[in-house]
Design a protein. Structure first.
Length: 114
């Protein structure tokens, strides 16, 4: 069982790292630069900073999953907090993806998220 979980965590880590890297072409496809130019300078700066930190969080979640998946599987309070925190984050993220984003808006830009 632990071996299977280790493999799954490594796959998840690789996926998170890939998602962080793909923010560049995703941003180009969604024309984030053009949208940011229409914002006030403060809002444009906030947008860019938040995008950067989203990539940092993806990297910080993905690297331990890929290189040290055992830290999530150790029977310790820290391991439990880490595992539940990341699980909660992604559960909320999936909820927002399925129920908060309006599907018709995403289809208009050529993305099928559901």
């Amino acid at each position: 069982m632990m071996e299977t979980l280790t493999i799954l965590l490594r796959i998840a880590g690789a996926g998170l790292l890939l998602l962080a890297i793909l923010h560049v072409p995703i941003g180009k496809q969604l024309k984030w630069s053009e949208d940011a130019k229409r914002l006030t300078p403060v809002n444009a700066a906030i947008f860019h900073v938040h995008t950067f930190f989203i990539c940092v969080v993806l990297l910080m979640m993905g690297l331990p999953c890929l290189w040290e998946p055992g830290i999530f599987l150790e029977k310790s309070r820290a391991g439990a907090w880490l595992t539940w925190s990341i699980s909660g984050f992604w559960a909320l993220r999936l909820y927002f993806q399925w129920f908060v984003y309006q599907a018709d808006l995403l289809i208009l830009i050529g993305i099928d998220s559901c």
